[in-house]
Write a protein that binds this ligand. Sequence first.
Ligand code: IMP
Length: 172
Amino acid sequence: MKKLEVLYSEADLDKRIREIAVEINEYIGEDEAIIVANLKGAIPFYADLFRCLTGKVKMDFIETQSYIDNKSSGHVKIARDLSEDVKGKKIVIVEDILDTGLTFEHILKHLKHFHGAKEVKICVLLNKEANRKVVMKADWVGFDIPDHYVLGYGLDDNQYYRNLPYIGYWTE
Ligand code: IMP
């Protein structure tokens, strides 16, 4: 029978998110920054991280779609766009996981070409290097993980399990 193994507990996540927030606060300094969540999976991470930010920060959201039945379709589309004017501002995109890198490749192109964004930083909770299809590096990474399909804390398995307060993976 398959069993859900905990990879990162609530306490692990809380500790690491506070550490990342210190670094992002240093980066933002006195400037204004737009902190963008990539819906939907980033939401729990984003909410916890955002509460640890201390500077002049605004919220915004973008939604991308690329996964069909837990497999990357290789084609990324913007399903919901930003609402803030991001031109000339510091932007931090917050994402649950960096996997193939195709989502970020698309988001970065879109923000630069369509929104005139100059400085875009990437903050991911999880980095799964094994499946990378393009050169893509995050500026802040919570945890580097092996090639497991993970779920919980925003990450889904066919849209379920996003509500788990920890990150886990299935074992046989
Ligand atoms: P990328 O475009 O392949 O880098 O994938 C980014 C998106 O793929 C994430 O926002 C997730 O929605 C999804 N994803 C990739 N790996 C996993 C996983 O292990 N669990 C759940 N979702 C995943």
